[in-house]
Design a protein around this ligand. Structure first.
Ligand code: 5AD
Ligand code: SF4
Length: 459
């Protein structure tokens, strides 16, 4: 989401003459786009601001002027405190106000040095109604924000406080942006939202008809030239029948889903206010796999949530073992100021959290390695996104989101090609173009992806 937001900030700034600089040194403006989800986010921002101050001083010594802006969720959470602790900052703006960046810059230019400009409102108007069209192409794999914010209030999470209430962009706006992205060269679009499957977009300006994410995906899949769709991040509670069926019915929707579960213990899930049980999650996964047998699953886990016992943690390991994840993200619980769980008395000691995280990650890494190994010998369609580190090598994504290093000529960059997978590494795959068909005109759909990988492995 922050990558997408940064690109949109660049769009807002382009008409003012700003363009991306190669380094902070000598830049006219530096925008720090920040994330507040875990760990010492604010401290990291302040230490980075200390480093950037040197560039500002150097530019001023040369008679120039450099603006420093802090954007994103740390800006939203810390607000005026940033201006107080870091007077070198000229502008502080939240994630919902970046369409007003030009006004803020104009104010900051007029303001006396040290008098910062702050805009961390949740304005009643949507920023999406005010953003200019995308100035620069995002390339073959693009992001598109369709939903923002969250009303779920998991007790560990800052998102409802920093990103605000749940909001869905209207269908027409999303379709128009998707069509522009495709016209600009996108073959794959990832739909973004903090709670993307809570999407409920207005189908027309005057009408009361509301579309869910499944219907939106089916509409977008009809865009000529768009080969692949993905979405992230979703919540088990919003995995409705229509969306599950869409996984089976729409070939453009890639067989990969990031579906955070957080814990396998019902006690912990309840304390987290997740409003689903471990068995609810198992049932949803079963239905998804019935609809799309080759679906690769990813998830998020938190270990050491306040009150988590060894037995609770064992339930998480059991859920992982039974479910089988192609990859996953796991974190030690990090108390976030202002959230209910941060106030709980039964905090888990750091050493216990670290031990559990290591154990969980060992299991998840084994599953990921096994999943990658099972890809060896298969032919998969890969969207080649960027040059690799070695010459003669391009890097892309498989339908299952695996990074694939491919020996291929550079003119195939931005194409979908069939790749024979020769090696499976812990975090990536390696392969070569599949025979003569490599030269190009291959159907860029899913190709021959491994089917039911974890079933075969008995995981
Ligand atoms: N501590 C640890 N992990 C967290 N996440 C969100 N808040 C916290 C927190 N306070 C994790 C969740 C979420 C992912 C984006 O970050 O697993 O799904
Ligand atoms: Fe945070 Fe996701 Fe829970 Fe919303 S559903 S509060 S974004 S973890």
């Amino acid at each position: 989401m922050n990558v997408y937001d940064s690109a949109r900030m660049a769009d807002v700034l382009a008409p003012l003459g700003y363009e991306p600089a190669g380094s902070p040194e000598g830049a006219d403006m530096i925008v720090l786009n920040t994330c507040h989800i875990r760990e010492k986010a604010a401290e990291k921002v302040f230490s980075e601001l200390g480093r950037l101050k040197q560039f500002k001083i150097a530019k001023e010594a040369d008679g120039g002027r450099m603006l420093i802006a802090v954007a994103g969720c740390v800006a939203q959470a810390e607000g005026r405190e940033i201006l107080r602790r870091a007077p070198q900052v000229d502008v502080v703006l939240g994630p919902q106000t970046y369409h007003r960046l030009p006004e803020m810059i104009a104010k900051a230019m007029r303001a006396a040095p040290g008098a910062g400009v702050l805009d961390t409102d949740f304005p009643p108007e949507s920023k999406f109604d005010h953003l200019p069209e995308e100035a620069a192409s995002q390339g073959p794999a693009a992001f598109l924000s369709v939903q923002e914010g969250c009303d779920k209030f998991c007790t560990f999470c800052v998102v409802p406080y920093t990103r605000g209430a749940e909001f869905s962009r209207p269908v027409g706006q999303v379709v128009a942006e998707a069509e522009r992205l495709v016209a600009d060269g996108a073959l794959e679009i990832t739909l973004l939202g903090q709670n993307v499957n809570a999407y409920h977009g207005q189908a027309s300006v005057e009408g009361a008809e509301i579309w869910g994410l499944g219907r939106l995906i089916r509409r977008l899949a009809g865009i000529d030239g768009l080969k692949r769709l993905r979405y992230t991040t979703s919540h088990p509670r919003d995995m409705d029948d229509d969306l599950i069926e869409t996984h089976g019915a729409v070939k453009e929707l890639m067989p990969y889903l990031h579906l955070p579960v957080q814990s396998g213990s019902d006690r912990v899930l309840e304390a987290m206010n997740r409003r689903h049980t471990a068995d609810d999650y198992r049932r949803i996964v079963e239905r998804l796999r019935r609809a799309r047998p080759d679906l690769a699953l990813s998830s998020d886990f938190i270990v050491g949530f306040p009150g988590e016992t060894d037995r609770d943690f064992a339930e998480t390991l059991r859920l992982v073992t039974e479910t089988g994840f192609a990859q996953a993200y796991s974190f030690k619980y990090s108390p976030r100021p202002g959230t209910p769980a941060a106030m709980a008395e039964c905090q888990v000691p750091e050493a216990v959290k670290a031990g559990r995280l290591a154990m969980l990650q060992t299991l998840l890494n084994e599953q990921q390695a096994a999943f990658n190994q099972m890809s060896v010998g298969k032919t998969m369609s890969v969207l080649l996104e960027r040059p690799g580190r070695r010459s003669g090598q391009l890097v892309g994504r498989s339908p299952h989101m695996q990074a694939v290093h491919v020996s291929a000529p550079e003119h195939l960059l931005g194409r979908v090609v069939d790749v024979e997978i020769e090696a499976g590494h812990p975090n990536s795959l390696a392969g070569c173009l599949a025979g003569d068909r490599a030269a190009g005109a291959i159907d860029p759909g899913v190709g021959a992806a491994p089917d039911g990988p974890f079933r075969q492995a008995g995981l």
